[in-house]
Design a protein around this ligand. Structure first.
Ligand code: ADP
Ligand code: MG
Length: 636
């Protein structure tokens, strides 16, 4: 065959690819065998695409050649060739696909790789860096490709991975598809050996759904495992398939194999990973289930089969009942598709419910890993009941911050006559348990859910109730429902009851405090909730809770502090002393100073004090004053 050269063009790689290549070319990663997985998976994608085009009725080049992957090697010349009869690439496509990094996470990936050298094997293994990983083993790569598109010319692409590539149209009789000729580096020459190739392919690419021939011998299994009867599948097979699918190196936490015949037929094989894959936070878009119709892959990572809050689930779905030529764009409008999606969602939730019930320890592990994503489901009204049953929080009844409580459990521990589910928000268990609003709950022995994650607040405010019980923040006003409940400790207040007369003075003191604080508060009341602390602010019943206001203030600077009710505990040393001072001189300036300080400290505690300087200055003044008295008393 004569090879008539057309003009060859030299192109430079884009900057980020150069960086990636630089790292890969000079790498000695032990997991560099994954380059083979990447190239085979590209070949398989290309085959899926051409099959998809054919089923749609598009006219394709060489429509009768078998869909397959061939791997050949020349041990002496250290050459490995991987070819497929897939969709192929035109010159433009080669330039665009193999000259740029399209994936959104790539830049972030590079950063991780640079900062995290020691862990590079792991990172490469998890993320796969696609085509370029070939330069871990190659000193030169030659791609020849012919597109499925009629009238397209064969092209050749060549590079040593150092900065440039050459591309040209070639006058060669090529069949549709792509072949990648790899000239191996000296230290990677074992990839031109049968045993090494065979074991690597079996390890990473066994479930590729097209035949892989190694020098004419078929070496992969090609079974659609999800269609096999459950009883015939071993745990090892499930694990192997999971690893193939997810690129995880660990076995899955859970395997859910679903087989439904009526009213709609479908099979689904789903896995819950042991670890949350979103480790770097940039992989958010990388989820979804692979959708097959009668074993033909219709879409990789379809995002409509499961709601986003179940996006930690990996797996495949295959149905006989969907039309083969369905387009990805119209999937969502297809009734059968919707029914399949609903059924899968339902089954995953039921699976989790059973796990939560039968193996609470294992469920806690699941929650620790995937709970953050799961919580996003607070607007799935269709599955609200299951969703709420699966929620977990930390609570005052738990012994430490790691223990978890479900809502069902909370209800089972409610006090006689308790009508609401109480929650408090804070940064940590220590912070929440010091919240003065909780004093009455401790006195009554009422359980309070501790919310640490901002999203928890969205959950309780949007689901609003569980069974017949409303969620109620501990810092809202209305306490009548609480006061009626019995105290668990009989401990009397150590200051004794106020005299009738003093009760009146106390009311006047409250009025005085209101006068001092003016418009900053809506009311000043005697507190029924405080046991030890002198004062706190509470939110009017119909208003947002303090933490919600805080979240809004973080996102939108214009939200002003909502006016609050100021509560004073008359059974507190400081307050009793204030009362004495007030009785002797209602205009004493000391009262103003203390009230200002108490009010600002209360705001500080609930996180809504915007200007701490004033407060600190005032505290310092008072300390100075008290140090004077102290030195006088001690006669220093
Ligand atoms: P990814 O596969 O994640 O898109 P890769 O770096 O592996 O990233 O491949 C980049 C692109 O090059 C692919 O999306 C595809 O368009 C194209 N490509 C790679 N290998 C082949 C092939 N064998 N046949 C057709 N196109 C290919
Ligand atoms: Mg790829």
């Amino acid at each position: 065959m004569t090879e008539k050269q057309t003009t060859s063009e030299k192109h430079e790689f884009k900057a980020e690819i150069k960086q990636l290549l630089d790292i890969l070319v000079h790498s000695l990663y032990t997991s560099r065998e994954i380059f083979l997985r990447e190239l085979i998976s590209n070949a398989s994608d290309a085959l899926d695409k051409v099959r998809f085009e054919s089923t749609k009725g598009t006219e394709v080049n060489d429509k009768d050649i078998p869909l397959e992957i061939k791997i050949n090697f020349d041990e002496k010349k250290k050459i490995l060739t991987i070819s497929d009869t897939g969709i192929g690439m035109t010159k433009e496509e080669l330039i665009n696909n193999i000259g740029t990094i399209a994936k959104s996470g790539s830049a972030e990936f590079l950063k991780q790789l640079k900062e995290n050298k020691s862990d590079a094997n792991n990172i490469i293994g998890k993320f796969g860096v696609g085509f370029y990983s070939v330069f871990m083993v190659a000193e030169e790569v030659v791609i020849k490709s012919k597109s499925f598109k009629k009238d397209s010319l064969p092209v050749e692409w060549k590079s040593d991975g150092l900065g440039n590539y050459e591309i040209q149209e070639i006058d060669e009789e090529l069949k549709r598809g792509t072949s990648i000729e790899i000239h191996l580096k000296e230290d990677a020459k074992d990839f031109a050996e049968k045993y090494r190739l065979e074991s690597t392919i079996k390890r990473h690419s066994n479930f590729i759904s097209f035949p892989i021939y190694l020098e004419n011998e078929k070496i992969n299994t090609i079974s659609a495992l999800w269609r096999e009867p459950k009883s015939k599948i071993t745990k090892e097979q499930y694990t192997e398939f999971y690893k193939f699918l997810s690129y995880d190196t660990d076995e899955p936490m859970d395997t859910i194999h679903i087989s439904v015949d009526a009213p709609i037929q479908f099979n689904s094989l789903l896995f819950i990973p042991k670890k949350n894959f979103d480790i770097f936070g940039f992989n958010r878009e990388d989820y979804g289930l692979d959708l097959y119709v009668r074993r033909v892959l219709i879409q990789h990572k379809n995002k409509d089969l499961l709601p986003e809050y179940l996006s930690f689930v990996k797996g495949v779905v295959d149905s006989e009942d969907l039309p083969l030529n369905i387009s990805r764009e119209t999937l969502q409008e297809n009734v059968i598709f919707t029914k399949i999606a609903n059924s899968i969602t339902n089954q995953v939730l039921s699976y989790l419910l059973k796990k939560a019930k039968d193996e609470p320890d294992k469920y806690a592990e699941f929650w620790k890993e995937h709970g953050r994503v799961f919580k996003l489901g607070y607007s799935d009204f269709t599955n609200m009941e299951k969703y709420t049953q699966l929620l977990r929080f930390n609570s005052s009844t738990n012994n430490n911050a790691d223990e978890l409580t479900g809502l069902e459990e909370y209800i089972s521990r409610m006090k006689d006559g308790q009508k609401e589910i109480y929650y408090a928000f804070g940064n940590s268990r220590d912070a929440v348990s010091l919240d003065p609003h909780l004093e009455i709950f401790k006195r009554k022995g009422i359980e309070v859910l501790y919310l640490y994650d901002p999203i928890d607040e969205f959950i309780v405010t949007s689901i609003r109730k569980f069974k017949d019980y409303d969620f109620k923040s501990v810092d809202t006003t209305e306490l009548n429902k609480l006061e009626k409940l019995k105290d668990i400790s009989e401990e009397e207040n150590k200051f004794g009851q106020l005299e009738k007369d003093d009760e009146k003075h106390f009311d006047s003191l409250l009025a005085k405090i209101k006068e001092i604080l003016g418009d900053r508060v809506t009311e000043v009341n005697e507190s029924k909730r405080l046991i030890d602390s002198p004062a706190c602010v509470v939110n009017p019943d119909d208003s947002m809770s303090a933490s919600m206001q805080k979240i809004l203030r973080l996102t939108n600077k214009d939200v002003s502090v909502q006016k609050k009710i100021f509560e004073i505990n008359k059974n507190n040393k400081l307050v009793r002393n204030l009362l004495k001072i007030f009785k002797s001189n209602s205009k004493d300036e000391y009262i103003t100073n203390v009230v200002e300080e108490l009010y600002e400290s209360a705001l500080l505690l609930e996180g809504s004090l915007t200007d701490p300087y004033k407060l600190v200055k005032k505290i310092n003044q008072m300390l100075e004053q008290s140090s004077e008295w102290y030195t006088e008393v001690k006669k220093l």
